[in-house]
Write a protein that binds this ligand. Sequence first.
Ligand SMILES: Nc1nc2c(ncn2[C@@H]2O[C@H](COP(=O)(O)OP(=O)(O)OP(=O)(O)O)[C@@H](O)[C@H]2O)c(=O)[nH]1
Ligand SMILES: [Mg+2]
Length: 317
Amino acid sequence: MEVVEKLIAQDIRAIARAITIIENDEAGKEQLIDEVHPHTGRARVWGITGPPGSGKSTLVNRLIQREREKGHSVAVVAVDPSSPFSGGAFLGDRLRMQKHADDPGVFIRSMATRGHLGGISPATGDTIKILDAAGFETILVETIGVGQSEIEVIQLTDIVLLVLVPGLGDEIQMMKAGIMEIGDVFVVNKKDIDGAERLKSEIEYVLAIQAPGSTPHPVALVSARTDDGIDALLDTIYEYYEQLCENGCLEDKRKERVKKHITAIFSYKVHEMLDVHFELSKNLDTWIDMIYRKEVKPYAFINDKIQTFLKECEEDD
Ligand SMILES: Nc1nc2c(ncn2[C@@H]2O[C@H](COP(=O)(O)OP(=O)(O)OP(=O)(O)O)[C@@H](O)[C@H]2O)c(=O)[nH]1
Ligand SMILES: [Mg+2]
């Protein structure tokens, strides 16, 4: 596919086009993903998650800056964000978004959470693949900080930065709600306001009792707004990343991701195939009526349909 050759050559238009094909589930999507697949696996993928207003976008801007200083190209996938990124690019304006202050080493794309309430769009994982194949060295995925998207981001990224801030109400409550299981690196942001130091200690305490004896997750104290502590955070992230590579955990995580991906493709395909074979859209109402009126039993009925289908397949062979 021409678009694949072009996107691998970092052609911005081709990258944007490929993401659109994925988002809209256009014809050619499967071939596109298959063709980029051999070119993936080089990018570092970091998720940035945390409650609304905790400073994720401000932090992402700092991370972009630092990564650019290191000479790394950066792509950002923002899952339905509400705050502006630097360089005058407001998310929601896709054309301008594609230029980060005219720096071709930065690509920013927002993804709608279309039909996927509170979660990450199913297209996000494939979008990460496109950006990876396009050669972006670091990919940052910012979520909207509500429930489901925080869980899902773990499945799409190598490491997750959980951004927390003091004064969001009952912090301990939040920790109990399972949010503490999400982070690889904990970032206490807004160091410049009261309570940040204390929150850091509380998090360290909770992490220590949650996993006694194991190496605790790092907790960094930063102010994204004033750029305080960001260099140390970067060092922490890179150290953590190296550890993951060395102890094989990164490979395990990525294999887990492949497993989720192919399982999803498989169920989708099987489902689609059976839908077509059974003409589900045409027959479903009739079947519902039959089961509703107790003319047939649900398991026996469906099992019988599938058995008949399998027999027909054998006869075809
Ligand atoms: N005092 C202080 N304010 C900060 C800091 N970092 C970010 N903010 C402010 O916090 C507000 C929210 O910042 P964002 O970066 O938009 O937060 P977000 O987590 O991306 O927000 P959503 O995407 O809406 O969930 C903005 O007004 C920022 O200027 C900080 O270190 N200190
Ligand atoms: Mg944001």
